[in-house]
Design a protein around this ligand. Structure first.
Ligand code: DGL
Length: 270
């Protein structure tokens, strides 16, 4: 039994960490497509092709269930993958819906009509491809009315994080928050709509101010996966060990991943 966790690079480790803490008995196979990161500057067809290839490798590694721990892939590829049909017995879940359910005060799978919610001014920070897809606004419109969303495409931020250049990453967060605030001076809530961004959570919170509620996905995805596996225990797959796979330079990726999670991680070539 193993569950696949996919990201273009290291960002999905924020999700992996939360799901592994919540479900310590479940082996996870993490797949970083580091060779092709970042995805956020690619077009939708390219993101779809790369994501389907990576997910097929996770099926081969013994996973029946794969979490796209990548908003860019969830926004640009998930719906199309589901529409085109997955192999029998396989499932792919994205990271958008748990976050939007939390923001709109809904329980898992509550499909009742959209209604007014407490929050009205929401800042979305995401990659250029996620912002362009408008997937967040679409999912939100199914659940809430009267919510004003201002999206800020955070160009350069994923590259800086992947390279471990935290000084540049911090400067970029501050300038993207400034740009957002010029468009929406008083957001009530901010969504970190890229799994790399929780690594900069404190900088986002400080730049936004203490009165802005910052939503990040890892714990929300972990509790929704826990709930899903209780209802579908047969989706645990045949793999039996946790592994870390990358399409990039395994040694370099291991060094950066160890810095991020502050525990030793050893990647192998995918
Ligand atoms: N961490 C991913 C996301 O959530 C990918 C970012 C990228 O590769 O540009 O969007």
């Amino acid at each position: 039994m193993a569950v696949g966790v996919f990201d273009s690079g290291l960002g999905g480790l924020t999700v992996l960490d939360a799901v592994a803490k919540r479900l310590p008995e479940v082996p996870f196979v993490y797949y970083a497509d580091s060779k092709h990161a970042p995805y956020g500057v690619r077009d939708a067809d390219d993101i779809y092709d790369l994501t389907t290839r990576a997910v097929a490798n996770l099926w081969d590694a013994g996973c029946d269930l794969v979490i796209l721990a990548c908003n860019t892939a969830s926004a640009a590829a998930l719906r199309r993958m589901q529409e085109n049909g997955l192999p029998k017995g396989k499932r792919v879940l994205g990271v958008f819906v748990p976050l939007i359910e939390a923001l709109t005060e809904r329980q898992w799978g509550d499909n009742s009509p959209p209604r007014e919610v407490a929050v009205q001014h929401v800042a979305l920070f995401a990659t250029p491809a996620t912002v362009r897809s408008r997937a967040f606004q679409r999912e939100l419109a199914f659940r809430a009315i009267g919510v004003d969303v201002e999206a800020q495409a955070c160009g350069g931020l994923v590259d800086a994080i992947e390279e471990g250049d935290m000084i540049l990453a911090e400067a970029l967060v501050r300038s993207h928050v400034d740009a957002l605030k010029r468009k929406m001076p008083h957001p009530q809530a901010a969504i970190l709509g890229c799994t790399h961004y929780p690594l900069m959570l404190e900088v986002f919170q400080e730049a936004l101010g203490a009165d802005v509620t910052v939503y990040s996905q890892a714990n929300l995805v972990a509790s929704s996966l826990d709930d899903y596996l209780k209802r579908h225990p047969d989706m645990l797959g045949t793999g039996t060990e946790s592994r870390f796979l990358t399409t990039g330079d395994a040694r370099k990726v291991s060094v950066h991943a160890t810095q991020f999670l502050k525990r030793p991680l050893s990647f192998e070539a995918a």
